[in-house]
Design a binder for this molecule. Structure first.
Ligand SMILES: [Zn+2]
Length: 356
């Protein structure tokens, strides 16, 4: 789990462009449905509440969205039950309580599919003066992912999430709705509810499960770094014995700070099957172990003496993929898969800082 970090300029730009999109395409639909609603007073009140909080819905922080969700539960209990069902009831029982029409009505307003498509020409023309001022290329899912610039899935750090577009084809990462869009249709196009992520994490594992910042790590708030580390295990007592590395099979596990794994970390590790999938990509760790034995202290000393490198530190940085050998420039960790796992194992093997 890797945190999505944005610079201040990036965040300002994202918010500015997203709010213009929201005010141009979403807000008018909200006003329209509010004006037309005559029969259901609670729903009309609810729409009015959404209308008066549209900025928060559009660009509010994950914490803002969390508090907003809680307020809806208190202020509009009947609507909340129609959207969520009742806690403790089975899926089947809740399927009779949940109002699918209500969900769909809201999903038409908070039109995520529209955000994923290119803005059509008529709308662009109609709103040209507004869009051109801030946003020459239009704003949609592609532009959002491009602006965020994340290349590795923040949930698993296994898969690349690449954005590519030319006249012959295009691809983009999926956008996961941290708060599920069926249950929270009003967050379907909320900036900080849209998480660029890989298909496996978004669709195969998370699906429509109800996440919250109280139950799972949020990629805009949390990083697994500092909450524990992956550690190698190759003995019966659950410890790592470096001397046995060449003769015994090894595995690895995640240890929390003080050997206690935070519940949100555990939930995220479990739902995305991190432990199981990391075992499937063990070849990356095998390579590190090979390096540990081949590029031992003596060999690194010899290489450092060749005057090609500035010193042992540079050699270790190159070996662990942190510096590009051709350019001498740092490789950004956002562009490296498995960076947390690799970093923890590198430290355990002493490849980066320690000695063999
Ligand atoms: Zn993923």
């Amino acid at each position: 789990m890797k945190r999505i970090t944005l610079s201040e300029i990036q965040e300002d730009n994202l918010k500015k462009r997203h709010l213009i999109y929201f005010e141009t395409y979403i807000y008018p639909l909200l006003v329209d449905i509010y004006t037309k609603e005559k029969d259901n007073q609670e729903f009309k009140n609810f729409l009015s509440y959404l209308k008066s909080h549209y900025k928060l819905i559009a660009i509010g922080s994950p914490n803002d969205l969390h508090r907003f969700r809680d307020k809806i539960k208190i202020k509009f209990p009947e609507i909340f039950i129609k959207l969520f069902g009742i806690e403790g009831l089975s899926e089947k029982e809740n399927s009779e309580i949940i109002d699918k029409d209500l969900r769909n009505k809201l999903l038409k307003v908070f039109n995520y599919d529209g955000f994923c498509k290119n803005i059509n020409k008529i709308d662009l023309y109609r709103n040209r003066s507004r869009l051109d001022r801030h946003n020459k290329s239009g704003w949609n899912a592609y532009a959002l992912i491009d602006e965020i610039g994340m290349k590795v899935c923040p949930y698993c750090e296994i898969n690349y999430i690449l954005l590519y577009k030319d006249e012959n084809g295009k691809t983009r990462p999926t956008l996961d709705h941290f708060y599920d869009k069926a249950k929270h249709p009003y967050f379907a196009v909320s900036l900080f509810n849209l998480i660029p992520s890989c298909y496996t994490c978004n669709s195969s594992f998370k699906g429509s499960r109800d996440f919250s910042i109280e139950t799972h790590l949020h990629p805009y708030l949390d990083d697994i770094e500092g909450k524990g580390k992956f550690t190698l295990v190759n003995s019966d007592n659950g410890k790592f014995d470096i001397a046995k590395l060449l003769t015994c099979e090894y595995s690895f596990e995640f240890k929390g700070v003080g050997d206690v794994i935070d519940k949100r970390v555990e939930n995220s590790l479990t739902i995305f099957h991190i432990r199981e999938l990391y075992k499937e990509v063990k070849t990356h760790i095998d390579e590190l172990i090979n390096q540990h034995f081949i590029y031992n202290e003596k060999y690194i000393e010899q290489l450092a003496g060749l005057s090609i490198f500035s010193g042992e530190e540079e050699i270790r940085m190159i070996l662990t993929g942190k510096v590009n050998i051709h350019t001498g420039k740092s490789i950004v960790s956002d562009e490296r898969i498995l960076s947390k796992l690799m970093k923890d194992v590198e430290n355990e093997l002493g490849l980066t800082y320690g000695k063999m």
